[in-house]
Design a protein around this ligand. Structure first.
Ligand code: DLZ
Length: 160
């Protein structure tokens, strides 16, 4: 698996633009909150590290990853929100629930992004085990929340 051999938070911070006037929405799922809280921490820290202002980071909680799409829509519809970062953690269980949630949230977030022409970032861990999720939420494979924040920043400027 590609992600097992590299730190998911590796990126070059060169050429990351000034985001001090930009406003970010973060939608975070409460399901597997021990993981999503770490993703949230990583996202906020990275945005602040790159110059975002605390008052320009708006948070919204949703019950589970399936609800991220509607949460993202409610954020994206606000005229002053420039980008939305969605954070969740779906862990494979014994049923096909995993596939339905992952497919729904991936296509839901894509639709919201295209409809509103705003970056809507897929910061959702989709893992086989709880340990794999922890490894990617501040563990040995970094923090997917950091990566989601950097992706949002890059997408704000890559067309200007
Ligand atoms: C129901 C459910 C299950 C089984 N597993 C997860 C999960 O691993 N991660 C997650 O974010 N949410 C899970 N959910 C909840 C669904 O996302 C959703 O909240 C419910 O199906 C209600 O719509």
């Amino acid at each position: 698996m590609a992600s097992s051999s590299k730190n998911l938070s590796s990126y070059t911070s060169e050429n990351i633009a000034d985001i001090s006037t930009r406003k970010f929405g973060i939608v975070v799922s409460e399901w597997n909150n021990s993981v999503t809280d770490s993703l949230l921490e990583g996202t906020i820290k990275t945005l602040l590290d790159h110059g975002a202002r605390k008052e320009n980071i708006i948070r919204m909680k949703v019950p589970g990853s399936f609800e991220l799409s509607l949460g993202a829509q409610r954020m994206a519809v606000k005229a002053d929100i420039d980008a939305v970062v969605c954070l969740g953690c779906v862990i494979q269980g014994e049923t096909r629930h995993f596939e339905f949630i992952c497919n729904a949230v991936a296509s839901g977030l894509t639709r919201v992004s295209l409809k509103h022409n705003k970056p809507v970032i897929f910061g959702v861990l989709t893992t086989d085990t709880y340990q794999q999720a922890l490894d990617r939420a501040g563990g040995k494979h970094g923090n997917k929340g950091d990566e989601a924040a950097v992706t949002a920043i890059k997408m704000l400027y890559n067309h200007e």
